[in-house]
Structure formats: structure tokens, C-alpha cells
Design a protein around this ligand. Structure first.
Ligand SMILES: [Cu+2]
Length: 155
């Protein structure tokens, strides 16, 4: 079932998907919808599969693309989507966790420069057990509305 995921992502998007395997972790298409030139923040998405026998946790994201990169989850209060910081993202053994619009995402705050569709933005994912994994977030086509309209007052 997990093996089907890259194909599904590929079918969902006519654009190239990319992925990487590091030990028991399979990180599928880290991506950032192209932020507006004036945007000061952006959201990053990916899917993470844990093929190991132990739970894993994503505890930190580092990138020169932003002053701060944190994990957010989205909750709905009275129909309004709001962000909440997430201490860590647990990936249970044998499972896949999706970071996707309207749900969990990496929040890039204080962007260091513009990003253009097709750019590959280097980042380091820090896992509790596996340690540092180098990835590249692909800048994908902009999403209508999406993240910028969401309420980040929860910070
Ligand atoms: Cu957010």
C-alpha cells in the first residue's frame, strides 16, 4: 500500500515528483507551493513513510530559505482554519504521514528570498532516531488561496 503512494502523487500532478530513501524513511516529494513575491511565509508539504519497526519522529526542520521553519497543524475553530505549532511529528512504525494543505505542514517564516516554480530549496529534516536527512523542497505551482489566507494568530 505504501509503495503505491509515489505513483498516486505522480498521477495527482502532471509535474515531476521526487523522493528519497534514507534508512527506514521514505520521504516523498517535499514541495512548497510557489509563494507570492511579497509573501513572508510559505508552507511545505511531503509524505513520510516509516518502514522501520520503531516509531520515528520529525523534530526539527532547518533551511537557509527561512529564518524559522516549524511544524504546524491545522485545526478548525468555528469553521476558521487556524495554525498550531507542533512539537514533533510522529511517524508510527510501518505507516505514512502526509503533510498536506489543510493539515500538517512545515511553516517557513521570514523567507530569505524569492522562490520560483521549479526551484529546489535545500533543507535538513532532523529525526529523533535517524538524525539529519538532507532533502530538497521542490517549488510547485502556486495554489489558489491556500495558506496565505489562513489565520496564524495562534503563534
Ligand atoms: Cu502554518
Amino acid at each position: 500500500m505504501i509503495r503505491c503512494l509515489p505513483l498516486l502523487l505522480l498521477l495527482a500532478s502532471p509535474l515531476a515528483a521526487h523522493d528519497l530513501v534514507s534508512g527506514d524513511l521514505h520521504i516523498i516529494h517535499p514541495s512548497i507551493p510557489d509563494p507570492l513575491p511579497t509573501a513572508r511565509s510559505a508552507a511545505g508539504y511531503m509524505a513520510i513513510s516509516n518502514d522501520g519497526a520503531e516509531p520515528e519522529a520529525l523534530i526539527e526542520v532547518r533551511t537557509p530559505f527561512a529564518e524559522h521553519a516549524t511544524l504546524h497543524t491545522t485545526i478548525f475553530e468555528e469553521g476558521v482554519a487556524r495554525m498550531r505549532g507542533l512539537e514533533e511529528l510522529v511517524i508510527p512504525a510501518g505507516e505514512t504521514v502526509n503533510l498536506e494543505p489543510g493539515g500538517i505542514h512545515v511553516m517557513f517564516m521570514g523567507l530569505s528570498g524569492p522562490a520560483d516554480e521549479g526551484d529546489m530549496i535545500p533543507a535538513t529534516l532532523v529525526f529523533r532516531n535517524a538524525g539529519e536527512v538532507e532533502v530538497e523542497f521542490m517549488v510547485d505551482p502556486a495554489q489558489g488561496g491556500g495558506h496565505s489566507g489562513m489565520d496564524h494568530s495562534g503563534h
